[in-house]
Write a protein that binds this ligand. Structure first.
Ligand code: NAD
Length: 357
């Protein structure tokens, strides 16, 4: 039995989580998925309830669960709230409290949606890349940092890029294990021609590789990786990189697909416990209208089944069901193009119907 915590959050979060919950309950009743579902508040809804975007009760449930499925947090209603109590702080805190250091961002584009990409359809059809980004270290967290005034009166901003070998090794292990579950190709992205941190990164990744001889490892400088990502994205299978490079490359890769409502993500700890969430935000502009695309959240369930619950068969089933629905021409408004659009709950129902076939 696995405990799964649902955190709907704000805006369209509750709407997309409702559809994901329907899918989980279907997998439970029809495919024997052995889970217990709990639900808790996070973000703005938690602030409204208890003046805290991550209440202790939520954190406690999160610590006890095997996997967490989050909708999204935030909204203009909270713009005036003091920084420490804003919805996004709840998200940052839960990631830090659970030590979710491995961020997995797939960029997948189904053939029939290739027109949505900013690149030519032939370059991106069947795109399927997994970016593994280190999430809790590197320049975003390195000390010292700050803004100081030099002796000559000039102000100077400074940050520190730092990774120790344990941090590199644990994210490298995650990336190699993921590559083993995919096409066994891993490209580690760094800037080893300029940065000592990258020199060490490369050395450690090489040494971790010796335990994964079935995976083909290559290295690429980040500037070249950015170029290759928009030139010939299909050359990549799994990309491993640090926090800042991963931040930038994963957003670029997401945009290659052109459909923010279709992309899931995962953040894992060292035991593969994870928090799963769509990459999109709370979309306040369309909240409460039953028009949000729930597929990113439903695909987050597939990632949860694959990486935290060790249910590859069911993960495949969910992904095939989503492919089927898209191939059948069903579209929410964000990806409708010249199809007529269906609503959030109809899309959830369509996935369940495809799962039943
Ligand atoms: P957003 O992702 O919420 O929305 C960007 C655009 O994409 C909007 O036009 C929106 O309608 C559309 N969109 C997003 N998800 C969609 C879906 N599932 N179906 C159809 N259309 C969809 O980004 P934003 O507008 O910059 O941010 C809105 C709020 O969300 C802010 O408060 C921001 O801080 C928060 N946010 C939260 C997360 C998170 O919870 N992980 C991530 C990003 C932004």
């Amino acid at each position: 039995m696995n405990n799964v915590l649902l955190l709907p959050g704000d805006g369209i979060g509750p709407e997309v989580i409702a559809e994901a919950k329907k899918v989980l309950l279907h997998l439970q009743s029809e495919y024997g998925l052995n889970i217990e579902l709990e639900e808790a508040l996070i973000g703005g809804s938690a602030y409204d309830d208890a003046k805290d975007p991550l209440p202790d009760a939520t954190l406690e449930l999160a610590k006890q669960s095997d996997a967490i499925l989050l909708g999204a947090v935030g909204g203009p209603k909270y713009d005036a709230v003091e920084r420490e109590l804003r919805p996004e702080k709840g998200l940052l805190r839960i990631r830090a409290e659970l030590d979710l250091f491995a961020n997995l961002r797939p960029a997948i584009l189904y053939k029939s949606l290739a027109g949505a990409s900013s690149l030519k359809p032939e370059l991106v059809a069947d795109l399927d890349i997994m970016i593994v980004r280190e999430l809790t270290g590197g320049i975003y967290f390195g000390q010292p940092r700050g803004i100081r005034t030099l002796d000559n009166g000039v102000r100077q901003g400074f940050n520190t890029l730092v990774y120790d070998e344990n941090e590199v090794s644990r994210i490298a292990h995650v990336a190699f294990r993921i590559a083993q579950k995919r096409n066994a190709k891993l490209c580690s992205v760094d800037k080893a021609n300029v940065l000592e941190v990258s020199e060490l990164w490369r050395e450690v990744v090489e040494s971790v590789h010796s335990g994964y001889s079935d995976v083909a490892l290559s290295h690429m400088y980040v500037d070249n990786a950015a170029m290759q990502l928009v030139r010939e994205p299909n050359q990549f299978d799994v990309v491993l990189t640090g926090n800042m490079f991963g931040d930038i490359l994963s957003d670029a890769a997401a945009m290659l697909t052109g459909s923010i409502g279709m992309l899931p993500s995962a953040s894992l700890d060292k035991n593969d416990k994870g928090m799963y969430e769509p990459i999109h935000g709370s979309a306040p502009d369309i909240a409460g209208k039953n028009i949000a695309n729930p597929l990113a959240t439903i695909l987050s369930i597939a990632m949860m089944l694959r990486y935290s619950l060790d249910k590859k068969d069911l993960a495949d089933r969910v992904e095939v069901a989503v492919q089927q629905v898209i191939a059948n021409g069903l579209r929410t408004a964000d990806i409708a193009d010249n199809h007529s659009a269906i609503g959030t709950s109809q899309m959830g129902d369509a996935v369940i119907e495809a799962l039943s076939q």
